[in-house]
Design a binder for this molecule. Structure first.
Ligand SMILES: Cc1cc2nc3c(=O)[nH]c(=O)nc-3n(C[C@H](O)[C@H](O)[C@H](O)COP(=O)(O)OP(=O)(O)OC[C@H]3O[C@@H](n4cnc5c(N)ncnc54)[C@H](O)[C@@H]3O)c2cc1C
Length: 420
């Protein structure tokens, strides 16, 4: 809540300074305020996209991206009203404003479809269409299209500087430029100047598991001191010519901080090439990110933990199980496509041996249906348990709905979706 309130407060200094200086009619001033609000929210969105390492521990990366997306939508609404109901004598300023508005609208529609799950997670047909279109518009292409927002910000900055209605107020313009320089400065700092804090390591094993999954272990040069169970990293393979140098997020599968193990389902352009990553390949890791462990620590310590993993989504849950199986009551439910995909049965059996009757494991070939959950979950788990669901977005949403219908309250359900 505090985090979202910050977005409301963020434009206020600029709006209040303009209000105190300008002598425009109130209605016109209001539409100018909307333009200022849209601009500052775009700047804030850019800052949020930098994956700040301290902010994500408080609110989590999904909330940061959630606010980033919402600000994108709300800015367009504010910019639409600003554009339609205010006027300007400068033709260039008007044109720049128009181009920025239409550009932002196109980039937003593209991001909503390709980069957020807002539409595709709720419609199989749209998900299928996205899959087909991604042959051309690969994730990295979408990322580059998204970066056009920087050009849009530059156009709006120039638009404001050309308008006599605002550029005559020196104090206001100084503040306006301060907002811009600070936001773009943070972006440039994080991208190109900040000291390199990424972890680095070397691949020490890369084995096939089940039908289409790799288990990749990376020996770190320096221990991942900040790593918590259930965390994930963005990985880039550097010493291999067979995979591209893109950053992709993957969760750590156990609680070892010196050798990180990742369980990677191969289904797309990047992951399918991971067979070719050789032992000895260099890896860079950005992170760790994740909030599961802090949620577990902040909730009722007597309540059972219920982990629901779909496919490779079991990875962060295994890491949580590794950390907690000796002291917490855990029920791990794992849905896999085929019997061979239950490739961590041996690991789970080892945990069960040390956990005694504290750890219960249910593996299902195919998704969990309501009858399965009603049959296997204890009354105590349904009434008091803390649920953690990880898997592909539509499956996570479906499981969440099932649990809600069974009476599990929303505040006890936590989830991580395998797209961002
Ligand atoms: C927090 C988090 C943790 C994850 N943990 C795991 C894990 O432990 N094991 C696992 O197998 N998968 C995990 N994933 C999913 C994994 O990151 C994607 O499946 C993988 O990046 C897809 O790459 P691809 O090019 O092979 O697939 P594609 O078929 O090209 O892409 C499939 C989808 O993955 C998403 N995607 C593609 N590239 C990226 C990228 N660079 N960054 C973010 N999303 C992208 C896009 O939404 C795309 O539609 C995780 C995802 C997230 C967000």
């Amino acid at each position: 809540m505090l985090f979202w309130s910050f977005a409301v407060v963020f434009p206020l200094p600029l709006v209040l300074v303009y209000d105190s200086l300008a002598t425009e009619p109130d209605l016109l001033k209001f539409y100018i305020f909307l333009g200022l609000i849209a601009y500052t929210w775009w700047l804030l969105s850019i800052v949020l996209s930098m994956r700040s390492s301290w902010l994500h521990r408080f609110v989590g990366l999904p909330s940061i991206y959630g606010l980033h997306g919402m600000l994108g939508v709300l800015s367009i609404v504010a910019a639409y009203m600003h554009r339609n109901y205010s006027y300007s004598p400068s033709r260039l300023a008007r044109n720049l404003g128009d181009w920025a508005f239409y550009g932002a609208l196109v980039v937003l529609c593209f991001a909503v479809f390709f980069m957020s799950g807002w539409l595709v997670d709720r419609s199989r047909r749209l998900l299928k269409t996205k899959g087909i279109l991604e042959i051309v518009f690969r994730h990295q292409v979408s990322v580059w299209i998204h970066r056009l927002n920087l050009v849009i910000v530059a156009m709006i900055w120039l638009h404001a500087h050309l308008l006599v209605r605002v550029n005559q107020y020196f104090a206001f313009m100084v503040l306006f430029d301060l907002y811009t320089v600070t936001a773009l400065g943070i972006y440039a700092w994080k991208k190109w100047i900040a000291p390199d804090t990424y972890l680095t390591g070397t691949v020490i094993s890369n084995d096939a598991r089940g039908g289409a999954t790799r288990r990749v272990s990376v020996d770190l040069e320096n221990k991942a001191a900040a790593l918590q169970p259930g965390d994930f990293f963005f990985l880039r393979f550097e010493g291999s010519s067979s995979v591209s140098r893109e950053w992709h997020p993957f969760s750590v599968t156990d609680d070892n901080r010196e050798t990180l193990t990742f369980t990677i389902r191969q289904h797309g352009n990047f992951t399918r090439r991971l067979d070719n990553v050789e032992v000895g390949a260099r890896v860079r890791l950005e992170g760790p990110f994740g909030r599961f462990e802090s949620i577990i620590q902040s909730r009722d310590r007597e309540a059972p933990l219920v982990f629901v993993g779909m496919g490779a989504g079991v990875a962060p849950l295994l890491s949580l199980a590794a950390a907690h199986h000796t002291e917490r009551k855990i029920h791990l439910l794992w849905a896999v496509r085929t019997p061979e995909d239950a490739y961590y049965r041996d690991v789970l059996e080892d945990y069960q041996k040390t956990a005694g009757d504290r750890l219960q494991v249910t593996v299902s070939v195919g998704r969990f249906r309501r009858e399965d959950l009603s049959r296997t979950l204890s009354a105590e788990a349904v009434a008091k348990g803390a649920f953690f669901i990880v898997g592909p977005n539509p499956a996570v949403l479906a499981n969440q709905r099932l649990l809600r219908r069974m009476g599990v309250s929303a505040r006890r359900i936590h989830q991580e979706r395998l797209t961002m």
